[in-house]
Design a binder for this molecule. Structure first.
Ligand code: PMP
Length: 359
């Protein structure tokens, strides 16, 4: 069966063994005579899937015991609203570190609910870098929000900043791609559709003590405490997406866990960055070297015409998803967990061949 080299930014490639397992179990899940899609979310079978997905996520990511794991809907974009709705009162201030379009969207949403101060050092530099240090304001802040990986610009925090304030981290495009230090984290959230599974489920990992401080006056479906109390079963959860996420988590476990993913992701990204660095007259990487993302490699070619030709050839060779985000142009190659080293190597070879022919 034909499987192409898929560098989509999300939804994106899924591990082949996971898709095969889904196919096998599609009509009859483990002798139940039903698909997971057809099961009651209150059934014993589904509850086992649900609980196992949570347990696997906790184990792989070493989530501390005083954190709750929630499976919600509405994408990471709804988290942009839920976070300030639950945690930012009108008289309070939050600091948003702007490192790309998604952090800007998150900050904009928070402005509806309370005061927002932004750290715009990265924005001033055209989003090519990650701030060396977060600029803390004089005013007390309720929390600090940041985006760990910037899907569009291809920059990534190499480590979370060591600041003594509750950190709220959008990990949509690098969750499970590397280990996480939870020491300052109050809430981490991520849409599943890059590293975790299909779209439809959003993972939220929240510290109990921080959850206790949530504003109770929010609509039921937007309240973290409600979902936490009901173990993400207040209403019908996205059962099939959660089932598939569980299978992806199994696959991560069988392939070296999060540390194994991190090593492989670094290897894949380096294959491409090496070509960018070796042919500086042809390729211009968007991110500063110290801020490069292992997930999204962004670059453009010497001029627009050459970029267009490169994209045309990539397409002809059946490399999918190489065109940069419409807001920035150029090229972007997303190398999430399920993209193989072989896929990345094939693309690096293509880049090199193209570079040699256009010197
Ligand atoms: N944050 C980041 C870092 C993202 O990459 C994306 C989606 N590409 C989002 C938020 C928005 O996610 P969703 O589409 O799940 O709302």
């Amino acid at each position: 069966m034909r499987r192409i080299d898929n560098f989509n930014a999300g939804p994106s490639a899924l591990p082949r063994p996971v898709l095969e397992r889904v196919r096998e179990e599609l009509l009859d899940y483990q002798g139940t005579g039903m698909s997971v899609m057809e099961m009651s979310h209150r059934s014993r079978e589904y509850e086992a899937i649900h609980d196992a997905a949570e347990a696997k996520l906790r184990k792989l990511l070493h989530v501390p015991d005083d954190f709750r794991v929630l499976f919600l809907q509405g994408g990471a974009s709804l988290q942009f609203s839920m976070v300030p709705m639950n945690f930012l009162n009108t008289d309070e201030t939050a600091l948003y570190v702007l490192t790309g379009s998604w952090s800007e969207k998150a900050a904009k949403e928070a402005e509806r609910f309370g005061h927002v101060i932004v750290d715009d050092q990265a924005k001033q530099g055209g989003y090519t870098d990650i701030p060396a240090e977060v600029k803390m304001p004089q005013t007390p802040v309720r929390y600090v929000h940041l985006t760990s990986n910037n899907t569009i610009y291809g920059t990534q925090w190499q480590a979370l900043p060591d600041i003594d304030h509750p950190l709220i981290v959008d990990m949509s495009s690098d969750i499970l791609s590397r280990p996480v230090d939870f020491s300052h984290i109050a809430v981490a959230y991520a849409g599943a559709q890059k590293n975790l599974g299909p779209s439809g489920v959003t993972v939220v990992i929240a510290r109990d003590a921080f959850l206790d401080s949530a504003n109770r006056e929010v609509p039921t479906m937007l309240s973290y405490p409600v979902h936490a109390k009901q173990r993400s079963l207040y209403n019908t959860p996205p059962t099939f997406a959660i089932y598939m996420m569980g299978l992806v988590l199994d696959w991560i476990g069988e392939n070296g866990g999060v540390a194994g993913m991190a090593e492989r992701n670094r290897e894949k990204a380096n294959l491409l960055y090496r070509v960018i660095d070796e042919y500086p007259d042809l390729f211009q990487g968007h991110a500063k070297v110290g801020a490069r993302s292992d997930m999204n490699v962004t670059f453009r070619l010497r001029d627009e015409a050459l970029t267009a030709e490169f994209l045309e050839q990539a397409k002809a060779r059946e490399f999918v998803g190489v065109k940069g985000h419409r807001s920035v142009g150029g090229c972007r190659v997303s190398l999430y967990n399920a993209v193989s080293v072989e896929s990345a190597a094939r693309f690096a070879t293509f880049m090199e061949t193209f570079a040699r022919a256009h010197r």
